[in-house]
Design a protein around this ligand. Structure first.
Ligand SMILES: [Zn+2]
Length: 372
């Protein structure tokens, strides 16, 4: 087995779990937020900086690396860890989500998905076998099964067909996986916003026996309350002795609410993307750095933050960098945002340890505000 999950304790106040995942590249403490490094780089950050802020695992995207520079080149470099100089754990998605997001540029069949590259329009075919071949070549510690993520809203019959195909594809992924002792393949539970379909998918996927499971098909445009409701009836169906990953979720409220509902792993481009647009997540809520009110504000981005950005630079300076379109703006705000979410998850883990995650949620939102 490539990974080993240990459930350390459950929070007595909520459904949250404190755990640890042992991987070939080190230990991950859960619940955890995973910064996204789409193209084998977390945008604007060096791996050394990611270590400074204590990032334990990052995510990278199969679709993007397959198209450029190509998985065989990454393999030749010695795998993704060596290629990008990151010796801690990595998770790769299967490329399915990006391919399905291509809309008119793709065609789905039982065999797989034909699509055109968003880069040059060239034609490609991604199947469960091909996705796993790419992920095996990239060499991440945790790899994801090739699934179909149904859009929201979607008809029940569409979601049912799609989840059943996802099960058949999951089986094919498992059979195609050539390195189960080095890379843990996670199955993905689909089923949209339909309770019985989530139950069906959970049963089918868990029957295939993967070392970890993800909840897919959420954070696709549905109201947050609906996402929480789906989690409330989906996570109890998942085995307690395996890690649970909620895909594509990364706002502070969703991280806390997800952890409360028993999720262990999260990823999202949100903190890095909004950083490049000059928006910071802080303990006192969102700060939009371009706002005129910060012109002469020489205080740090977040008075309660210990990161290098907040220790050394003022809002006025960050606003100036943003207005002047200096690349340092993206670097400093990204650094802060990722530090903020990583610290948030440390606090969540500490709150679980002390059986007080619901109290922590209240304290957090009293300062952060409820507008996300
Ligand atoms: Zn900071």
């Amino acid at each position: 087995m490539a990974i080993k999950y240990e459930l350390i304790k459950e929070c007595k106040q909520s459904g949250a779990r404190l755990g640890r995942i042992q991987t070939p590249h080190g230990i991950i403490e859960t619940p955890i937020f995973m910064p996204v490094g789409t193209q084998a780089t977390v945008k604007a950050m060096t791996p050394e900086e990611l270590k400074d802020i204590d990032a334990q695992i990052i995510l990278s995207n199969t679709y993007h690396l397959y198209l450029r520079p190509g998985h065989r080149l990454v393999e030749k470099a010695g795998g993704l860890h060596k290629f990008m100089n990151w010796d801690r754990p990595i998770l790769t998605d299967s490329g399915g989500f990006q391919v399905f997001s291509l809309g008119d540029l793709r065609k789905i069949t039982e065999e797989g998905v034909e699509f055109r590259s968003h880069l040059d329009g060239s034609k490609h075919f991604l199947s469960p076998e091909k996705a796993i071949e790419i992920e095996n070549a990239l060499g991440a510690d945790i790899i994801m099964a090739f699934d179909e993520c149904a859009p929201y809203p979607a008809e029940r019959s569409y979601v049912k067909n799609s989840l059943e195909r996802t099960t058949r594809w999951a089986k094919r992924c498992k059979e195609a996986h050539s390195k189960p002792d080095q890379q843990a393949l996670f199955g993905i539970i689909q089923g949209g916003m339909y309770k019985d379909l989530r139950e069906q998918s959970a049963k089918e996927i868990i029957d295939l026996d993967f070392p970890g499971y993800a909840v897919g098909g959420l954070s696709v445009g549905e109201p947050k309350e609906l996402m929480y409701e789906v989690l409330e009836y989906t996570t109890p169906l998942m085995p307690k002795d395996k890690p649970r990953y909620l895909m594509g979720v990364g706002s502070p409220d969703c991280l806390i609410e997800g952890a409360i509902r028993g999720i262990d792993m999260f990823d999202c481009v949100l903190p890095t993307r909004i950083a490049r647009n000059g928006t910071a997540m802080t303990s006192l809520g969102k700060v939009v750095i371009k706002n005129a009110k910060y012109t002469e504000d020489f205080s740090p981005l977040d008075p309660n933050c210990s990161c290098n950005t907040c220790k050394n630079y003022s809002k006025a300076y960050l606003r100036h960098l943003y207005k002047a379109e200096e690349i340092l703006s993206a670097r400093l705000v990204t650094y802060h945002n990722l530090h903020f979410l990583i610290e948030l998850m440390k606090n969540v883990r500490e709150a679980i340890r002390q059986d007080r995650l619901l109290d922590y949620r209240k304290e957090f939102f009293e300062k952060y505000g409820y507008e996300i």
